[in-house]
Every structure is written in C-alpha cells, then in structure tokens.
Design a protein around this ligand. Structure first.
Ligand code: ADP
Ligand code: MG
Length: 395
C-alpha cells in the first residue's frame, strides 16, 4: 500500500515532523443483499480500492489535532471531553470532526484508553455517494488509535465500536456492514456477511472482472423518511406473520415457501416490502453459491433480478438508477448491474469483464447523458484489502 504523496508532504508542512504511522481504510460497495441488513439477513459487500488515509504522530497531551486535507480545515479536541462535541476553545466541532470524535468517544466507553495525536486525513473514497466514506474515516481512526496507544482489539469489535460512533455520536442510523467491510476486506474477494450472527467468509471474484461503480449524481433528501418507512413495514410484516410462524423474529427467518403460504395476511404495501426481503435473502444465498462455483453469469443474473425487486417491490429506485441499469445491461461484457445502497439516487454497481471495463464506462456515461441529461461519475474498482497500519518514519 502506497500512501498519497500529498498526505506526507502536507503532514510535514503542517507539523514540521514526519508521521510515525499511516493508516488506511477502504470504502465498500454491496453486490447483493439490498435492504436485508436490518432484517437480520445476509449481504455481500466488497471493500474497494479507494481509501481513507490517516497519517498520525502521538503527542504527549490529551489533544487530538486533525487536519482534514480535502476540506482544508483543522480541528483540535480533548479526547477526554467529547460529550459536548466542542473543540478546545469551546466551539462546536464541525460535522466532519464528529466522526473521529465519535470514534474516540466510543472506544473510551469500551474502556480502551487513548492518547492524543497530530494527524492529517485525506481520502479517495467519494463522499456522499453511498460508498461509505464515513465508515472508511471511522475505521482509519480506530486502527490509528489502536496502533498509537498500543492495545489490540479484535476486528469485529472494533467495527462495532465504529458503528456505535456513527449511530450514537454522529447520529446516523446505519447497520454494521460498512464498518465490517472496511475492516475485513480481502483482495480479490467479496465478503459474505451474516448480519445476525456476524459470521463471514471471503468469496472469490473472478480475476477478469472489474467492479464498475456508476453514480447517478442524484441525491434524494426523501431518502431518510422512506428508509424508516421500509424498516417499519418489515417490522410490521414480522409481527403479522409471527402469529402463524411462531419461530420468526426477523424476515430473514421466513422461508420463501412459508411466505407464499401466508402472504395473503399482509396488507398490499407491506406484502410487497416483505416479499422483496424474503426473496432477496434467498437470492443472496444462491448468489454466493454461484460465485463460489465460479459462475459469474448466473450471479450477474441474480443481481439484475434483485434490482428489479428493489425497483418494483421495495420501490427504492428512481428513473436515473433505472436508466443506468437498463443501459448497462445492454452493453458488452456486463454480467450484472443493480442499484446499491439505500436507493433513491446514489450509485449502481456493475460486474464487467475487465477487458470491456473502459469502453463500458465510456458508453454508459455517454448514453446516460443522452437519456437523462446528467453526467454520471464512474469509478472502475477492484476488490481490495481491509484497513491496516503502516509504521512510518523514525522517531
Ligand atoms: P458516505 O455515503 O460517503 O458514507 P455519509 O454522509 O455517510 O456519506 O458520510 C460523509 C461524511 O463523512 C462527510 O460529509 C464528512 O463529514 C465525512 N468524511 C468523509 N470523507 C471525509 C474526508 N476525506 N475528510 C473529512 N471528512 C470526511
Ligand atoms: Mg456513510
């Protein structure tokens, strides 16, 4: 792993010394298992070769000073005075600093001690596109504090502490998938993750396949309330179905056949939402089997099927996402395409034969411009390794 040049030069400029360590943590994209995470289901994220990078050097005080290079902003906060979300001059922390401060808060609540440091942050994970730039930042700070302070925690616990930082300190309601993937990425592999048991295993992706991520550049503020409505519909479905299927506690527990038998009990909208989740859980398990057997074509077909379900049953797509998927699936070398993340905008993920990836990206943007009148942003990615720390420089 080679850190970006400007991280090192900026750090030296700002602090007049080299860093002692450099941490990195990737963003992620989810291939299949859409809206299954909060139903205790399965997901298949991939850590992508786009990273949050954090250079740091311990200080002898309780102050963490962080320069966010991409924003050209810096902040200093006391690692023991985090409850009020203020800096050392009692000014409110800027929003971006809630992520590192939240990680410090969460680690210490779990009795992990911290030392202060001087740090510089930069990232190649696009911000706000649903590729989890926020989890990448959290995980980079968590592994930095671990290395600089000298304790060791297991990767999953650390991912969970980052999730608590985001849920409880930043105030964003999200599952564990993002931090899990950023922490556990495996080169060339997707990560088959059971959101209930937290068991996981790497699933190899074929070597000749690229992940092409296409951003509609559409952001829907309506996303939050619609997301909460979807979650509530799933809970309601479980409540109704559990009268007849007493052993279920989440939609993940409902077999497709049992759903078909009892679906008439559900009001129409709730029935559609639940059908998506039940079938998507089954689809994710089947997809993993296909990938494990090296059958990327069948896996791609399941991605497309899942996308139709997100569009028609779960109703979280939008015309721009639909256009991207429709165009993608007509292009040469495309195995599968689907919206990824919560929906209502954001990105699609495409599995594309490596040899076609460049021309695929080119044609997708050109045709999207013609049909939608907007400029899509495209990233061609590979499945990458999870977070790590590089010892750097001399004392
Ligand atoms: P995403 O889908 O990218 O995770 P979020 O809204 O969850 O979108 O998180 C984005 C936020 O994470 C940014 O607004 C910022 O506060 C923080 N963040 C991400 N990357 C950086 C960065 N390079 N520097 C500073 N803050 C960052
Ligand atoms: Mg995020």
């Amino acid at each position: 792993m080679i850190p970006p040049d400007h991280l090192l030069s900026s750090f030296a400029n700002i602090y007049q010394q080299p860093p002692t360590l450099i941490a990195y943590a990737p963003g992620r994209v989810n291939l299949i298992g859409g809206h299954t995470d909060y139903n205790d289901g399965w997901v298949l994220p991939v850590a992508i070769d786009r990273y949050a990078w954090l250079a740091a050097r311990p200080s002898s005080s309780d102050i963490a000073t962080i320069h966010a290079l991409d924003l050209d902003e810096s902040v200093s906060f006391n690692i023991h005075q985090l409850d009020d979300k203020i800096d050392i001059k009692n000014r409110p922390l800027p929003k971006w600093a809630h992520y590192p401060a939240g990680v410090a808060w969460s680690l210490q609540r779990n009795n992990l001690t911290l030392t202060g440091f001087d740090a510089a942050l930069t990232s190649t994970v696009p911000v706000g596109s649903g590729l989890s730039s926020s989890a990448a930042v959290e995980v980079a700070f968590a592994v930095t504090w671990e290395a600089i302070t000298g304790w060791q925690a297991d990767r999953m616990s650390l991912a969970q502490l980052c999730q608590s930082a985001e849920n409880q300190y930043v105030g964003v309601n999200s599952g564990l998938m993002d931090q899990f993937a950023s922490m556990h990425g495996v080169v060339g592999n997707a990560l088959f993750f059971d959101c209930r048991t937290l068991e996981w295993e790497p699933v190899p992706l074929p070597e000749n396949v690229a992940l092409v991520i296409a951003d509609t550049t559409v952001r829907r503020t309506l996303g939050d309330s619609a997301y909460n409505e979807r979650r509530a519909a799933c809970e309601e479905a479980v409540r109704i179905l559990s009268d007849h299927l007493p052993n279920i506690t989440a939609l993940r527990d409902v077999e497709v056949q049992d759903f078909e038998t009892h679906q008439h009990l559900l009001p129409p909208v709730i029935r559609r939402r639940a059908e998506h989740v039940v079938r998507e859980c089954a689809r994710t398990l089947r997809g993993v089997e296909k990938l494990q057997a090296g059958d990327v074509s069948s896996f791609g077909a399941l991605m497309i099927e899942g996308n139709a379900s997100l569009r028609d049953l779960y109703e979280v797509s939008c015309p721009e996402l639909d256009a991207l998927v429709e165009i993608a699936t007509s292009l040469p070398g495309c195995f599968g395409s689907r919206l990824t993340g919560a929906g209502f905008g954001g990105c699609t993920v495409n599995l594309v034969e490596q040899a076609h990836a460049e021309s695929f990206a080119h044609e997708l943007t050109a045709e999207y411009k013609v049909r939608v009148g907007k400029d899509a942003t495209i990233w061609i990615c590979q499945a990458a390794e999870g977070a790590g720390v590089i010892e750097w420089g001399s004392e």
